[in-house]
Design a binder for this molecule. Sequence first.
Ligand SMILES: Cc1cc2nc3c(=O)[nH]c(=O)nc-3n(C[C@H](O)[C@H](O)[C@H](O)COP(=O)(O)OP(=O)(O)OC[C@H]3O[C@@H](n4cnc5c(N)ncnc54)[C@H](O)[C@@H]3O)c2cc1C
Ligand code: FES
Length: 281
Amino acid sequence: MINPYLPMPVTVTKITVENESGDLKTLDLVFNEKKDAQSFKFICGQFAEISVEGAGESPIGIASSPMDEDFIQFTVKRYSRGVVTSALHNLSEGDRVGVRGPYGNGFPMKDFEGSNIVIVGGGFAVTTLRSTIRYLLHEKNRSRFKDITVLYGARNPGELLYKSELKEWEERDDITIHITVDKGDEKWKGQVGLVPNVLKEAAPSSENAVTLVCGPPIMLKYTMLPLLDLGFSPERILTSLERRMKCGIGKCGRCNIGNKYVCKDGPVFTYKQLQEMPKEE
Ligand SMILES: Cc1cc2nc3c(=O)[nH]c(=O)nc-3n(C[C@H](O)[C@H](O)[C@H](O)COP(=O)(O)OP(=O)(O)OC[C@H]3O[C@@H](n4cnc5c(N)ncnc54)[C@H](O)[C@@H]3O)c2cc1C
Ligand code: FES
């Protein structure tokens, strides 16, 4: 029997420092075994457990797209007292780590073919939305979806992730992208404003649309009302929850909210499902 807790060995092939404060790095990982690369099939919005010998393992959302065949990417925020995230930040190219997964339900993008897609992201929770945007814009997928609108906000220009990709997306005419920062600087020529306010101004149509929203809890709280006002139905607003996890596969009972395991039934839930969940203490 295959041990589900056994990580697959991968090698770090590239490390990108994403932000000015340097606490967000993207790791490109390549499977050491061809059979592992072939078996690791994921959809946008899923996560994996990444392990570093001697430090432990952490659930991290998959930031690359399922269409990226040669590598998988994870963008990791280092917490000053965080054992695993610090160990991940101390890695060098050529180092080996472990990956097990993919886990969680992810965004059911196949179900949304033929729909308009509105993506709202804030802070570093944007990682799995980046996976989704890459997936949507892939030449094999773009025609399956209608209009794509992206709203992405960061605290300041230095905290915007995936900067070169943002530029590429802004230059395309098959995606509308609104980038905003809470506070600009002398070089920033773009929009300044909080995500919920920019959303109200941009007012994307809710007709035949589904929206994926990921961000810090405060952003989520203030984004839901404008979305409902714009006519998005709670069943068509999807978000991803972050919880303390251990096993990642619905066995240890660490991550449940009521009768739902965030690792297995989630981490993606509709706003309707969230409203039906017991409120946390
Ligand atoms: C489904 C899912 C997807 C995730 N995706 C990502 C991702 O894409 N990128 C990413 O960087 N992280 C992601 N996380 C969060 C990540 O798993 C945790 O930050 C990580 O496990 C922390 O491990 P650690 O050993 O470094 O910290 P620990 O040693 O467990 O914690 C030490 C201290 O660090 C601080 N800390 C740790 N985690 C957090 C946190 N989440 N928020 C605030 N303070 C914290 C606390 O002060 C804590 O006491 C995800 C979590 C889940 C459940
Ligand atoms: S993390 Fe173990 S049940 Fe969810």
